[in-house]
Design a protein around this ligand. Sequence first.
Ligand code: PGA
Ligand code: ZN
Length: 420
Amino acid sequence: KISSVSALEILDSRGNPTIKVYVRLEDGTLGTASVPSGASTGSNEAIELRDGADRYGGKGVLKAVENVNTEIAGALTGKWATDQRVIDDVMIRLDGTENKDRLGANAILGVSMAVARAGANISGLPLYQYLGGAGTPRIPVPCMNILNGGEHADNSVDFQEFMLIPDGAPNFREGLRYVSETFHHLKSILNRKGLATSVGDEGGFAPNCKSNEEAVELITQAIGEAGYEPGKDLSIGIDSAANSFSPNLNNQYDLKWSGKGKALSKDLIDLTGKWLDNYPIILWEDPLSEGDWEGFAQFTKKYGDRIEVVGDDIFVTNTKFISKGIELKTANAALIKLNQIGTVSETIDAVRMCREAGWRYFLSHRSGETEDSFLADFAVAMDGGHLKSGSACRGERLAKYNRLLEIEHELKGHSEYRWS
Ligand code: PGA
Ligand code: ZN
């Protein structure tokens, strides 16, 4: 049973405050968890409670900390940590709002994750097994964002993420090596071209490319120079994060890359067709904005049998929007982020809904992260076959990949590694 719940204000990978939660059980067992934070958010995400005023530029989380230490602690003390769903329901009811803005989704999620950890610890199981149950665990194929643009970098690239996907590797350990080697070859190519090799929020390079297409060309070149075969050993995934260049979040787009300027959904859909013919792309996330449901459906109709079409900002890990997407054939996969919805149980509900509809689901970190590797275990437990946690660089990104290496190692060959 839970004997205490408390929280602390810590800093995330961008140097902004976030929350770390400690859940202690009567026998002394401890569960802790830290909460991530996004930059290019969907407008229907659960709300992070921030203090406002001057401290940390308004981004402090002392109110959320206080809510954990008082109201939430009061409601959960004496409850069984292994009753995850009961605990999450108590917090949802206690908050009482649609988007968790009273107690804060950051406060609620921190507790929800820390309770899961405490539950795993007292059960004597690794977190992935506690949440995932029996069966041969699948280590997810990493989708590694090695070139950053959009709101994650101060450069000329509109699309936010260019991900390398080692779907042809025999196991996770080798897949990670393929990407790391290619990442270093990409650095050499950028150096040769006189382009910047500083990195963006997710550890990918953030060069000032001449166009969005140059970014995908450079990556394909790096795959070859690293000695791998594009489309066989390594594939590419893109997250346009189109909200960030759609000022009114509708079907109109404002691209900074040279000579393009304004674009409509149709222009972006046509561009995708050309890229799919020329590059080994197997996944495309948020090709259009969260208000462009019609464009999304056309995109999926056109390319959905060739690639995984993922909705992130449009679905925000919320079964209300995912069910609409399933009905309207808006995509064929949903991005899954714990802090978009705010509890472990509701995140599992989103995964279940995708699974039952024959959709894929794609576990994800946020651009603001901590050293907490909860996501790695969670992704194994959810068995989605792939996850994204940024590039082969920056400690908060590697914390998740290193934990996956550890899980694969501990399982001594009794694990799978496959995309689908
Ligand atoms: P965010 O970006 O964490 O800044 O929202 C990640 C994504 O768009 O997938
Ligand atoms: Zn996204």
